[in-house]
Write a protein that binds this ligand. Structure first.
Ligand code: SF4
Ligand code: SF4
Length: 78
């Protein structure tokens, strides 16, 4: 097992990870179906990421880690 960690200092809020996650699991580009969430403060642009309990680590090959263009998501193996 392991866990996913989102580095809010690197994340630019593009939400590619959300679309990748939902497509991988639901065959649909729909951020609301993703197993993680990205919140952006509209005035400051500050970003916060949250991994939801539904995350199954993609069976050990996390797609969000693979496709994040900023390298903001890390897979921490245990
Ligand atoms: S893909 Fe990476 S940079 Fe884009 S929202 Fe997700 S964590 Fe942030
Ligand atoms: S590891 Fe897989 S299931 Fe978990 S948030 Fe990333 S893409 Fe979604």
């Amino acid at each position: 097992m392991g866990s996913i960690a989102i580095n809010s200092l690197r994340c630019v809020g593009c939400k590619i990870c959300l679309n990748v996650c939902s497509f991988f699991h639901e065959k649909e580009f729909n951020p609301s179906l993703a197993c993680l969430a990205i919140y952006m403060e509209p005035f400051t642009g500050e970003v916060e990421g949250e991994v939801l309990g539904s995350c199954d680590l993609c069976g050990g090959k996390p797609q969000c880690v693979r496709w994040c263009p900023m390298g903001a998501i890390k897979y921490l193996k245990r």
